[in-house]
Design a protein around this ligand. Structure first.
Ligand code: PMP
Length: 373
């Protein structure tokens, strides 16, 4: 069975599983304890993982805050910045195609008196910088939050330019980078105005239930004030209390190390696989299909395809014995895709859309199953 739902989650890499094993058994100590090997070794492992995650995005190790995943990172960063810095303004700017973990957090903040502007997007799901500038000009804004790479279409937003604009108008800038990590080069050294970033390990062959919030230090090396979601023993620089999930953190570190070392190779392979899959789909289905995604400036390996006249749920079920595909985001699979609605698809078009998301660990040969459809 060919697994083509890698944007929903990826299988845990075997080296990641192996790296985690000792931390469930021998090295079980609490890294916040001291004096004895089980604790000291656990702390060393957490620090090593922090370094590996930092290297993957080219930030500093002490800018990596471990969380339970991107949902938590998004909640923490958006609510935390809004609460700590509302003196800068009660406006937040985002877009209509964000992941539910951003959209629902923003809706909550609206109930707390924040005024959220949702920028509309073009036919591939990207915001227009002119709209962002206009919204920033209108009112003092505390925060701009924009999805880096779209989970259904793969389209990339102009993060460098958008973050610079946000900075010019005195707003913090956050991006949900969950889908791009490991599939696009992320170099925070070159993005000085991206102050806040959300990451999830299970999207790049790490374990589920672990992620990171990257919180950049300011020019003076000082930490940004962000109200925590979880108060307690002040782990993670006081940003996120709770005993460290050591085995999961070790797994995320290993996954980051692998993703970093294989980045070019993975990008090449995903690009090759995407081209082959597009070719096969056109060859097998011709006019029956239509691609919702752009061909350029996107995460390689994500295709959003309409099968005209077919129902996507029935199609996914029928395909299940040979391949795993989805109708769109796993996080909102019970509802029609808001992303496709926002790019102008009709109900009929979105009810006929399937998302294919590839893995660099797959071969072109494996895609030959499409020849039998
Ligand atoms: N943001 C985006 C863009 C995602 O694709 C996902 C996962 N579907 C999340 C956030 C949530 O990540 P997690 O599963 O780690 O909570």
């Amino acid at each position: 069975m060919l697994y083509l739902d890698n944007s929903a989650t990826t299988p845990t890499h075997q080296d990641v599983v192996d790296a985690m094993l000792p931390y469930w058994t021998d090295v079980f100590g609490n890294p916040s304890s001291k004096y004895y090997a089980q604790a000291v070794d656990a702390k060393v492992a957490v620090d090593r993982s922090r370094q590996a995650v930092a290297e993957l995005v080219n930030s500093k190790a002490d800018e990596v805050i471990f969380t339970s995943g991107a949902t938590e990172s998004n909640n923490f960063l958006l609510k935390g910045i809004a609460m700590s810095h509302s003196n800068r303004g009660k406006r937040i700017i985002s877009s209509t195609v964000e992941h539910p973990s951003v959209l629902e957090t923003l809706r909550y903040l609206e109930t707390q008196g924040f005024d959220v502007v949702y920028l509309s997007v073009d036919s591939y799901g990207r915001i227009d910088l002119k709209d962002l500038k206009e919204a920033l000009l209108e009112k003092p804004t505390v925060l701009v939050t924009l999805l880096w790479g779209n989970n259904e279409l793969g389209s990339l937003n102009p993060i460098k330019e958008a973050s610079k604009l946000a900075n010019q108008y005195g707003a913090f800038f956050h991006t949900d980078a969950t889908q791009v990590i490991g599939k696009v080069r992320v170099n925070l050294e070159e993005l000085p105005y991206v102050q806040l970033l959300s990451v999830s390990a299970h999207k790049f062959y790490g374990p589920k239930g672990i992620g990171a919030a990257i919180v950049r230090k300011d020019d003076m090396g000082l930490s940004l004030k962000i109200t925590p979601l979880l108060h307690g023993g002040a782990q993670e620089n006081g940003y996120r209390s709770g005993t460290h999930a050591v085995p999961l953190i070790v797994g995320m570190g290993k996954a980051a190390e692998i993703a970093h070392s294989r980045l070019d190779e993975n990008l090449q392979q995903l690009t090759k696989l995407e081209a082959r899959l597009s070719q096969l789909l056109i060859q097998q289905f011709g006019d029956v299909i239509h691609f919702n995604n752009d061909e350029q400036n996107k995460i390689p390996g994500i295709l959003s395809v309409q099968f005209k006249g077919l129902n996507n749920e029935i199609l996914c079920k029928e395909l299940a014995p040979v391949m795993a595909v989805s109708t769109g985001s796993a996080c909102s699979s019970s509802k029609p895709s808001h992303v496709l609605q926002e790019i102008g698809c009709s109900m009929e078009q979105l009810r006929s859309t399937i998302r294919f998301s590839l893995s660099p660990y797959q071969s072109e040969k494996e895609l030959d199953v499409f020849l039998e459809l």
